[in-house]
Design a protein around this ligand. Structure first.
Ligand SMILES: [Fe+2]
Length: 251
């Protein structure tokens, strides 16, 4: 599997607090079958985690990459960020303050859970105009998407991709979120499943359970597309493979 969303870098955000914790997360990811993992610290969250790309972040990334190798953990680490969608995000990208996923045109972008959907749409448009392809992080967790999943259809038709969380798939965020994520998969709207892991204990990078569930409920091919093929397309800067609509309700 390829995990494109993980708070594995030590000491930068609410993810791993130190290098040992990062290594525990890396080992857990590798154990569950993840081969490539993108480090995506929170970035540009107003009054919280700013984390603009600088020497410290680069050195933290390189340090962890080296430690993973030294420990003999079979996991390749790539660089990215989970950027919060502010109106000036396109400008920050132009200034080189924000890292896209593996230095491609794809940017992992998040919004407030109770954000204004019109504002979200405006930010996404601004990014697309800048030549960036937004990969919307965990849309199933946003109140406005749960209320009106058609928003996800709009974002997809604009050219955005949707990354859903493995925790949502298995029900860790409650029934509403789980219903929404399976609606997105069923409608062929979800493009990738990622861990959005924050620790080796809770919200972990262990992907196996969600992978098995997608295999059982949908198909091995769909699991392959969501956990491997599309994340690989993203990291190679290639177009993602489209999903297919299914008729049956997931429950
Ligand atoms: Fe995240």
């Amino acid at each position: 599997m390829i995990d494109i969303h993980c708070h594995i870098l030590p000491g930068l955000d609410d993810g791993a607090e130190d290098l040992d914790t990062s290594l525990e997360m890396a080992a857990l990811a590798a154990e569950s079958g993840t081969r490539i993992l993108v480090a995506t610290p929170h970035c540009n969250i107003p009054n919280e985690y700013m984390n603009y790309l600088d020497e410290h972040i680069t050195q933290t990334f390189l340090g962890l990459q080296q430690a993973i190798q030294q420990e003999g953990i079979p996991l390749q680490l790539a660089m990215g960020m989970e950027a919060f969608g502010t109106d000036d995000l396109p400008l920050l990208l132009r200034m080189g303050k924000v890292a896209t996923l593996n230095n491609t045109h794809y940017l992992l972008v998040e919004f407030y859970f109770g954000d204004d959907p019109d504002r979200v749409q405006m930010v996404l448009e601004g990014l697309l105009e800048e030549g960036v392809i937004p990969v919307v992080a965990h849309p199933e967790r946003y109140e406005y998407v749960r209320r009106d999943p058609e928003l996800a259809v709009d974002w997809k038709s604009m050219g955005c991709l949707l990354q859903v969380n493995k925790g949502s798939v298995v029900g860790s965020f409650g029934r509403d979120v789980q219903d929404t994520v399976h609606y997105l998969i069923q409608q062929g709207l979800a493009d990738a499943v990622a861990s959005d892991a924050h620790s080796p204990y809770q919200r972990t990078p262990f992907m196996e359970e969600a992978y098995e569930m997608v295999c059982d409920l949908y198909s091995v091919q769909e699991a392959q597309r969501l956990f491997w093929d599309n994340p690989a397309c993203i990291l190679r800067d290639e177009p993602a493979l489209p999903g297919r609509q299914r008729r049956r309700d997931w429950r």
